[in-house]
Design a protein around this ligand. Structure first.
Ligand code: 5GP
Length: 127
């Protein structure tokens, strides 16, 4: 599977500074910012700075340094939000949509961090 990255997607524009964002965390290889249409009281998107369409593309072709940076950035944002489980009633959900069936709207890899309320069961839609 050869992935074709569209550099006109909205997150590519955010990374180039063409569209503003509400930054939560920036690291060497990753950027975290608030979702413009939050689905929970806390809704942060974490993206790699490199041109990766989805998680599979990233896992196949990103450098080890990018993968480590991205993985740690997700964890760091959870800690920044104060939602790591085990210290109260907190917790969070990570979602990374991919492709048509995953209903991915923006074709640049992103992990949604959702938290701040009880999120219910993972999937509500019909099977
Ligand atoms: P997907 O469906 O691709 O997993 O999710 C894309 C997410 O990007 C959605 O939650 C949507 O609200 C968010 N989004 C779309 N455009 C923008 C934007 O311009 N800025 C920010 N911060 N989020 C956006």
């Amino acid at each position: 599977m050869a992935y074709d990255y569209d550099d006109q997607n909205i997150f590519a524009k955010i990374l180039r500074g063409e569209i503003p964002n509400s930054t939560v965390l920036e690291t060497e290889h990753s950027l975290a910012f608030n979702d413009i249409v939050p689905q929970a009281p806390l809704h942060v998107l974490v993206i790699p700075k490199g041109p990766y369409v989805c998680y599979d593309h990233f896992a196949l072709t990103a450098t080890d340094a990018e993968i480590v940076d991205f993985t740690r950035a997700v964890g760091e944002v959870c800690r920044m939000l104060g939602v790591q489980p085990g210290e109260g009633d907190e917790g969070f959900r990570l979602i990374s949509n991919a492709g048509r069936d995953g209903v991915q709207e923006v074709p640049h890899l992103h992990v949604h961090i959702l938290a701040g309320r009880h999120l219910g069961r993972m999937l509500a839609a019909a099977k």
